[in-house]
Write a protein that binds this ligand. Sequence first.
Ligand SMILES: Cc1ncc(C[n+]2csc(CCOP(=O)(O)OP(=O)(O)O)c2C)c(N)n1
Ligand SMILES: [Mg+2]
Length: 643
Amino acid sequence: MKASPLELLRAMTRIRMVEEEIARRYPAQQMRCPVHLSIGQEAAAVGVCQALQTTDWAFSGHRNHAHYLAKGGNLKAMLAEIYGKASGCCGGKGGSMHLTDLASGFIAATPIVGSTVPIAVGAALTAQREGKGRVVVVFLGDGAMEAGVVHESLNFAALKSLPIIFACENNLYSVYSPLSVRQPTKRSIADVAAGHGVTTISLDGNDVNAVHSKACVAVDELRKGHGPVFMELHTYRWLEHCGPSYDNDIGYRSEEEFQYWKQRDPLAICSKKLTITLDEAAVDKISQEIEIAFAAAISDPFPDPSSASFNVYSPANTPGALPEKGVRTITYAEALREAQDICLAKHNNSYLMGLGVPDPKGIFGTTSGLQEKYGKGRVFDIPLAEHAMTGVAVGSSITGMRPILTHQRLDFALVSIDQIVNQAAKWHYMFNGLMKVPLVIRMIIGRGWGQGPQHSQSLHAWFAHIPGLKVVMPSTPYDAKGLMIAAVEEDNPVLFLEHRWLYGIKDLVPESYYKLPLEKARILRRGSDISLISISYMSLECLKAAELLKSQNVDAEVIDLISVRPIDIDTIISSVSSTGRCLVVDQSDPICSLSSEVITIIAEHSFNCLKSNPSRLTLPPHPTPTSHHLAEDYYPTAVNIAR
Ligand SMILES: Cc1ncc(C[n+]2csc(CCOP(=O)(O)OP(=O)(O)O)c2C)c(N)n1
Ligand SMILES: [Mg+2]
């Protein structure tokens, strides 16, 4: 939507006045979070956002106040958030670097540099699927253009012609580091973006009229389905990187350079070029609005301390009655395929992606035939860019989709750890429950046949350490199907870990739809002498060990935990309280592991019932060797367990 020059000037002036007031009041130390002010950069925010409608979506990073306000974000909720108040847009959980205003289409800002970019691309994927002409904008800095995830995002956006504007504010610095020490001087940022096949514009980011005109053209093109567009907007911040002060005296940039850019004040350029000024009444009106908003932010109450623990997870969805197991036997891999098939059929907003998903082997058969059935729009291969594609999954999930992302090895998912830990896990919490992250990430644990140190890790405890994630690892086909359906229908990020050696295991599995509780352990065998507590493939070894022990007149109970987070404390306590002995068997390193956690639970809750020390059998504390001669004794077996 084209805005008038006066509207553009008014919007920039309002942002400038808000930030000047933040800077003035900041030393009072009532705003107790970092603030990254945009004074000097207002034209980029206003020129781009004024080309959008409320229904369009915007994303940003650490320096986001101007983008939030330009997109129509509520001023009172922003200031209250910076003051840490209950009335803040995130109820005090986010602060200045995590603003959101869904009503105005400012979806979110997060301050891991570059990290919001793939999330915005994921939102653009949702927008494209909706087919309503919605456009997405993501603001980023020149520093973010050095992050690999941004390039992965540009590649995917270009590949899919997504309706997104990458608005890059090139202010020449990343904190104190000038562009010249970070990027080759002869190469422009716009050229790098153009290398991805994206339409690129490079222009004076302090000329609001120029920015706005170009943004309006870009938005029109994106609404017609021609995307994406990269805008390099040359600009400059006047104050220190983080905080309220002028810091030109500390020597990282010259006074001459600073003065050059001060002469290029976006507000002055706008007034001069378009021969317009804001009259006194208009300025007074803004002043009053700001005064009222600050007064409210200061006097509003702080959040109740109990709210610090709210919204870690969306409410769990409760499974209905379980069907009879029936008479049909299928493998673990077939059970997973069937579960995803059911979910794709039932939920139009679900989709399945991952390296090799539609290939002839279909991820060990777990995705075979699904692309033929649901089409390339819903079941697809991805670029070799796990980090950005995890961000895409996060972005599409917060905007209404239910993605299933598959990694052929857990080890490959480690390159996306920022998106899993900083974004997927935190989004619901840091935006105070306003957004949900219904996302399933499948990770396959390799084992045997020389998988070695980088194709075989089972890092379930690592992920379980992060509040906001759920981590499940079923060991039977029956559980695999019921838990996969539950995971897809869950409103939280679920990491679904599949041990490769389980794929051929057979079991009775109902043909119809059913789901199982994600957090309930299973008693695989009742016994009275010792509890063998385990998970995933090791549960099957424990069952075999129980048979061996039977011949020695030892009656072992076998518990399959199924879920690492949440962990079923009650089942652990009740089993160990009745047997008085336990061995925890875990297919991972012993330090800070699932076995550490289970034994802690036992020590805390069942200590008085113990007849002997709780013990554990784990992998040795070194990486997986590749040679089968070296790996022979690496994994615990039923015989080791029985011994
Ligand atoms: C991944 C990551 N590394 C480092 C930081 C610390 N950091 C915060 S802002 C920033 C500079 C970013 O520069 P740029 O993208 O140009 O944005 P600007 O601050 O100039 O607006 C850095 C290094 C971070 N937040 N995230
Ligand atoms: Mg910068």
